[in-house]
Write a protein that binds this ligand. Structure first.
Ligand code: FAD
Length: 314
């Protein structure tokens, strides 16, 4: 199965945005691309590591770099600082993740206005995960779902707004059909989506197909997380409801104590998935780097991704 040709956001959608705008949905609509996710650093040591990772990733010229946001709002300043700095340096287009579960509506407006005033154009609107012990009902007017944050961002400024998509369905959903319907509604508001990491090509193709049947033809960027640490992946897979297929889990378990071997298999698995995605017509991939450059560089080299987006008429 090949994907339908997906649509970049239409220029009229950004009327009044000004000449300096760099909407990711337009940038990645031009040809093959690679994008990356980074975390803002939490310590001086992590800060030094991040600087190194940025240097190592620079030759790839990622089409965009998304910067995560702490679930409880803990990285509010650090995410802002890193996004604004990357924008000012101008080597990659940054996208700020923002989590609505972490803040009141008034706080979210303030955060969005600050991004708007700093010239930041791209926001990833996500719900986040409320703490497990949180039983408090939301006060009237507060934001419950990512779709509410996406709409708020559109009200506050001329942002290109991305949202999260979950190929196998989100763990809170009663069933896949319901999750797809909410996703389709969210994508009516947003400009494009990025998927949670996944391992089966068929899951992504089914997601895009389901969305097309619900009338959505906006870009859905596939997110790939190379396995570099079996424990971290197992934890993240559990949290996100993503299943690690048995054939992959067994390969990793066999070398779990050999970090280099784990990384080698993780890269192989990611390259195989990435190649399948590109062959099926995906325009690019988003790599969850976990603030490590090595696996990302190897995957990009194997897939021939990185550098300025191609402008071929694929
Ligand atoms: C690309 C990507 C980046 C991420 N970055 C971060 C990050 O930086 N920080 C962080 O803390 N987390 C991050 N996450 C994780 C994310 O916060 C969780 O997956 C969270 O559980 C769901 O977020 P969402 O935006 O998909 O939520 P939503 O779209 O709100 O969906 C959550 C659940 O509610 C349902 N739903 C959606 N809309 C409605 C509605 N209108 N009415 C009723 N039900 C509805 C959905 O079906 C789903 O079951 C990221 C995830 C992805 C895929």
């Amino acid at each position: 199965m090949r994907l339908p040709r997906l649509q970049p956001a239409q220029p009229e959608a950004r009327k009044g945005a000004g000449d300096l705008m760099a909407w990711i949905s337009e940038l990645i609509g031009r040809g093959r691309f690679l994008s990356v996710e980074l975390w803002p650093p939490r310590s001086p040591e992590a800060e030094r590591r991040l600087e190194q990772v940025l240097l190592e990733l620079a030759p790839l010229a990622p089409a965009f770099t998304s910067i995560t946001y702490g679930a409880g709002g803990s990285t509010r300043e650090r995410t802002h600082e890193l996004v604004v700095r990357l924008r000012e340096e101008g080597k990659t287009t940054p996208m700020a993740h923002l989590v609505c579960a972490a803040h009141s509506r008034a706080e979210l407006v303030t955060i969005l206005e600050r991004y708007r005033d700093a010239g930041v154009e791209n926001i990833l609107a996500i719900r986040g995960d409320p703490p497990l012990d949180s039983t408090q009902a939301l006060a009237p007017g507060e934001l419950e779902h990512a779709v509410d944050l996406a709409a708020l961002a559109k009200d506050v400024g001329p942002f290109c707004v991305a949202v999260a998509a979950h190929p196998g369905g989100h763990p809170d959903s009663p069933d896949l059909r319901t999750d797809r319907r909410w996703l389709a509604e969210k994508m009516q508001v947003a400009d494009f989506a990025i998927t949670q990491f996944f391992f089966e090509l068929a899951d992504y193709l089914r997601l895009v197909d389901d969305l097309a049947k619900l009338g959505v033809d906006k870009l859905v960027v596939p997110g790939i997380m190379p396995i570099t640490n079996p424990r971290t992946v197992a934890k993240m897979a559990q949290l996100s409801g993503t299943e690690v297929p048995r054939r992959i889990a067994e390969r990793i378990e066999g070398v779990a104590d050999l970090p280099d071997e784990v990384r080698k298999i993780g890269v192989e698995v990611a390259v195989e998935l990435g190649a399948g995605l590109l062959e099926s017509g995906a325009q690019g991939i988003h790599l969850y780097t976990m603030n490590q450059a090595a696996a990302t560089l190897e995957i990009a080299a194997s897939l021939g991704l990185g550098g300025e987006p191609e402008r071929s008429g694929r």
